[in-house]
Design a protein around this ligand. Structure first.
Ligand SMILES: [Zn+2]
Length: 243
């Protein structure tokens, strides 16, 4: 069993991207109970199973305030996916109860990097890359990575698609720019998983339950498969209804 967990914001708004501090603390305790090794995202593909990597999309200030102290205490690594052109601003793309949340600035991210946090790129402006022009795609991926490297003065080697929307274009420039690309596809990492198409388990599905404590039991992989099939069915249903 190898997997990547996705968090966004640790807050009490109850939005789909939010995990309450209570749930987050309980989930870390469940990972401890499960006895799974928490490894850096950069190592998870090659790591011995069982292993898990923990990621945080968008780069919220509440990562530094609520999540990182609890991970650091356990010696657990984490990767934060930051939006290059919105450092120190707010999640202006978001509507609903989690709108307006502050994002970490460059100097805060540099402090976190010194403490051991890895930072990846989450595009330039957090726009959907589905169907964008080749020029916009380059700007939001390869160029966004270069500018983030300049701001943070460290190599940036991983990328997360905004909204999980894939462009469908995985060319050599993207493969050269990044060592890992993560998606929102709900699955475990298998032996044939590409490092440029890494599935992740969204923390949304671990709210108010103790599934993570059973991460290493055979039933867990079955549950992930069932959940994934259900998600695929629902998204097909949505497409049919739109026709
Ligand atoms: Zn995002």
């Amino acid at each position: 069993m190898k997997a990547i967990l996705t968090y966004h914001s640790i807050d009490e708004s109850g939005s789909v991207i939010s995990t309450s501090l209570d749930d987050f603390t309980r989930q870390l305790a469940q990972l401890e109970t499960a006895g799974v090794e928490v490894v850096p995202l950069a190592d998870v593909v090659d790591a011995e199973a069982p292993a898990i990597a923990i990621t945080f999309d968008d780069g919220y200030v509440n990562f530094a305030e609520a999540a990182w102290p609890r991970l650091r205490k356990r010696g657990w690594p984490a990767t934060v996916f930051a939006v290059t052109e919105l450092l120190g601003q707010t999640n202006s793309w978001e509507s609903g109860p989690a709108a307006g949340l502050p994002l970490l600035g460059a100097s805060e991210l540099r402090d976190l990097i010194r403490e051991g946090v890895a930072v990846g790129c989450h595009s330039a402006r957090h726009i959907s890359l589905r169907g964008v022009s080749a020029e916009t795609f380059q700007r939001e991926t390869v160029q966004a990575r270069e500018r983030l490297e300049e701001s943070l003065e460290v190599p940036i080697r991983s990328f997360a698609y905004p909204f999980g929307h894939l462009h469908g274009r995985l060319d050599d420039t993207l493969r050269e720019a990044f060592d890992q690309i993560v998606t929102t596809q709900f699955a475990l990492i298998e032996s044939n998983t590409s490092p440029w198409d890494l599935p992740r388990l969204d923390a949304f599905y671990f709210r108010g339950n103790d599934r993570l404590a059973g991460l290493l039991r055979p039933g867990f992989a079955n549950w992930v498969r069932r959940r994934r099939a259900l998600r695929a069915f629902r998204s097909r249903l949505r497409r049919w209804r739109r026709v």
